[in-house]
Design a protein around this ligand. Structure first.
Ligand code: UDX
Length: 445
């Protein structure tokens, strides 16, 4: 019989996972405590912007393979496998991860697990969490160790979430050792069955213990953050020496040991994952008594924060008038293109700083306007690039949307007051913009 799946937590990760599990051929029940979200998803509406997700959701809601509920009892009754996809945000007032959602899910679900099943954690958690949850499930579940826990970290990128879930570049299965009776668990086999399609298509599987699986996620994000901050540190060196960091990235990126991807210098990283994950990782290392191992991540964070101020400085250098009274167009509010996510968005952070200097800041983003308006109601907003740039003394490109990459510098020169542009993502062709009469400034070039 085909496995039935529940997905607990239908935010970004969970909604995507639920739709993709249905696409892989399983009957799926999504669970969330947010009634509004469940109603939207049940109607086939995705409450955030993710390319390709809504058609997939609709397809499977209509086929009846995917449905949603707010009831834990229903999910427990329905599924053989329960994926835990709730968020683990940064705790208020410190660096550590807030695990209250994960704990609540286990406390609600475990007592209702009355038949053999596998609970699969996907949320990003500090190393050591899974072991504690496994004990808790054994303690609360009426079926004792027939309810197993596995850890299967999620590596999906926003903007590519569907593709990353259906065709992941690797799968990590953190599983428990043999049970008290010396019998091996079923979790690995169950996960292999669920991911049979991607595995058949060549996705490698790494099987590990719990802590290694938990670490795999945060270590990957720490590495990616370090790679970005490394190239941004090189951007500082390029600015000091007159070098060009984009060419430098090509020069070192051709070395396959280094690789060119994630070597784009600019405004640095933001979003709901990288910043909070490296901080939670440092906090956890401190708790484990190995804080020194990760002190370099403080530097990674500091380099990243410096980019934001540096872009403001460059904008100031281009202005020929004081901040108050200057009109600035900000193109981009999302933390990266193809997303409406503004969590820790470097773009909005810069827009806010410019505003606090006294400038009149007008923001345009193809998808993130609603969120931006809520977070920064004191900024001005326009419905298009030309409207945002009308009368501007300087234009800043802060998120590298395709639409911004393709802007015509000649047309835009006609609407601004002064043709000056800061390309904070190094995504424009400087020669083209200069030829059209613009003063062009990238970062680290
Ligand atoms: C990241 C990880 O990539 C993913 O594996 C994990 O599951 C969640 O966190 P995401 O937050 O969606 O994914 O974004 P990502 O594409 O990694 O970009 C993160 C940030 O780094 C963005 O703000 C982006 O603009 C920035 N970035 C990325 C750079 O500044 N330079 C680069 O070269 C690449």
């Amino acid at each position: 019989m085909t496995l039935r799946i529940s997905v607990v937590g239908c935010g970004y990760l969970g909604a995507t996972h639920a739709a993709c599990m249905a696409e892989l051929g399983f009957d799926v029940l999504g669970l969330d405590v947010d009634r509004e979200r469940i109603d939207a998803l049940s109607d086939g509406n995705v409450p955030f912007y993710e390319p390709g997700l809504e058609p997939l959701l609709r397809k499977h809601v209509e086929s009846g393979r995917l449905s949603f509920t707010t009831s834990y009892a229903e999910a427990a009754e329905f599924a053989d496998v329960h994926f835990v996809c709730v968020s683990t945000p940064q705790r208020d007032g410190d660096f550590a991860a807030d695990l209250s959602h994960v704990h609540r899910v286990v406390d609600e679900l475990a007592p209702l697990l009355t038949r053999p099943c596998v609970v699969v954690g996907k949320s990003t958690v500090p190393a050591g969490t899974a072991e504690g949850l496994a004990y808790r499930i054994a303690e609360l579940s009426p079926v004792d160790d027939a309810a197993e826990l596995a850890w299967n970290p999620e590596f999906l990128r926003e903007g590519h979430a569907v593709e990353d879930t259906l065709r992941p570049d690797r799968l990590v299965f953190g599983v428990a050792g043999p049970n008290r009776r010396g019998e091996p668990g079923r979790a690995e086999d169950v996960l292999r069955e669920i991911y049979a399609d991607p595995i058949a298509a060549g996705t490698p599987v790494v099987v590990s213990d719990y802590p290694t699986a938990e670490l795999a996620k945060v270590a990957a994000n720490a590495f990616l953050a370090t790679k970005i901050s490394f190239i941004n540190a090189m951007a500082e060196l390029c600015e000091a020496t007159g070098g060009d960091v984009t060419v430098l990235a090509d020069a070192i990126g051709h070395d396959p040991r280094i690789g060119r991807r994630f070597l784009n210098a600019g405004l640095g990283f933001g979003g709901g994952c990288l910043p909070k994950d490296i901080r939670a990782f440092m906090a956890r290392a401190g708790e484990l008594g190995v804080g020194e191992a990760l002190t370099f991540l403080r530097e990674v964070d500091a380099i990243n924060q410096r980019r934001r101020e540096r872009v403001v400085e460059i904008a100031g250098e281009l202005l020929t008038r004081p901040w108050p009274g200057s009109r600035i167009a900000v193109l981009g509010a999302a933390f990266k293109p193809d997303s409406d996510d503004i969590r820790d968005s470097p773009a909005l952070n810069v827009a806010g700083r410019l505003h606090l200097h006294g400038a009149h800041v007008t923001v345009y983003d193809p998808q993130a306007m609603d969120g931006a308006r809520r977070l920064w109601p004191t900024l001005h907003y326009a419905d298009s690039v030309p409207d945002a740039c009308a009368g501007a003394h300087v234009v800043l490109v802060l998120t590298e949307w395709q639409q911004f990459r393709e802007m015509d510098p000649y047309l835009l020169a006609d609407v601004v007051e002064q043709p000056a542009i800061v390309d904070a993502r190094n995504c424009l062709n400087p020669a083209k913009w200069r030829a059209a009469g613009w003063t062009y400034r990238g970062v680290g070039r």
